[in-house]
Structure formats: C-alpha cells, structure tokens
Ligand binder design. Structure first.
Ligand code: SME
Length: 155
C-alpha cells in the first residue's frame, strides 16, 4: 500500500463515484461512512449530522460504529455544536481535555468534526471519533474537507 496521501487520493475518487450514482442520498452517505470507517484504521466512528431547519440543532442522519445517545445536539453544545456555530473544522486530539464535549463512549479519545456547506451556509457535518489519542494530522483535515466538498453535491 502507498502512503497516506495516495490512499486519501484513491478514497476521494471512490467517494466521487459514490456521489455520482443515482442512489438515494441516504445510501450514498452510508456508503461513505462505511468506506471511511473500513479504510482508515483510526476512524472508529464515522457519521453525518444534518442541521435542523430552524438551525438550532444537529440531527444524526446515519453513522458507522458504536451506537450513540447523541442523536440530537443543540448548536453550541459539544464539538459538533461548536462547529455548527463557527463553521470551522475542529480537531480535539484528547477529548478528556475538552470541557465542551459530549461523550459517546469511554473508548473515544479524539475527534474531528468538519462542516459541510451549501451556498456558503453550513448544512451538515462529518464527525469522526477515534480510539487513539492525537491520530489526526493536517492531511486528515485537508482530506476530510475535500470529502465534505464532494458530499455537499448531494444536498
Ligand atoms: N462527541 C460529539 C458528540 C457526537 S459523538 O461523537 C457521536 C460532540 O462532542 O459533539
């Protein structure tokens, strides 16, 4: 297998293929969750939250990984809620050091949340939890922001 960058490049091609199919959006999103979860060993939980119509909360659309109790998250709460407010990718390399954090499982050690935009407005988020401390690098951030730009085409 090649390096991380090559791997991410191949995944971006596969994700574009998934988005370009005629399947319903929900199947596309689930395929992308599964692909990311199965391809990157430290992506232990992968899910998409959608911003509610009143823009006050995030609703879990679907995910791959352990079940979570956080199906609805108010804007401002937790890592996801902070990203809904700021519109900026947030990486928490050690969740025990973050006060505004909603725990899904004691196994989760770190998290990255990336906003998805349509017409410059945030409409959804990609959330990835890891069972490792500090696994996310700038390469993950760049890669996942590209993933989110591709995913935005299905909204
Ligand atoms: N940890 C998130 C909640 C969602 S779970 O990771 C699935 C947060 O603090 O927003």
């Amino acid at each position: 297998m090649g390096n991380k960058q090559e791997k991410f490049q191949k995944l971006l091609s596969k994700i574009s293929e998934i988005i370009n199919t005629n399947n319903k959006r929900i199947y596309k999103l689930l395929s992308i969750c599964n692909l990311l979860h199965d391809s990157v060993d430290y992506y232990d939980w992968v899910g998409f939250y959608l911003l509610s119509e009143d823009k006050k909360g995030l609703n879990l659309e679907l995910y791959t990984g352990e079940p979570t109790e956080h199906l609805n998250i108010p804007v401002g709460k937790g890592i996801c809620g902070q990203v809904a407010e700021s519109g900026k990718t947030l990486i928490i390399q050690d969740v025990t050091k973050e006060d505004n954090y909603l725990s899904c499982s004691i196994n989760v050690k770190s998290e990255i949340v990336v906003p998805i935009f349509k017409n410059k407005e945030i409409i959804a988020e990609l959330d990835i939890d890891s069972h490792a401390y500090s696994p996310f690098t700038e390469k993950d951030e760049i890669f996942l922001e590209k993933v989110c730009r591709i995913v935005a085409r299905t909204f």
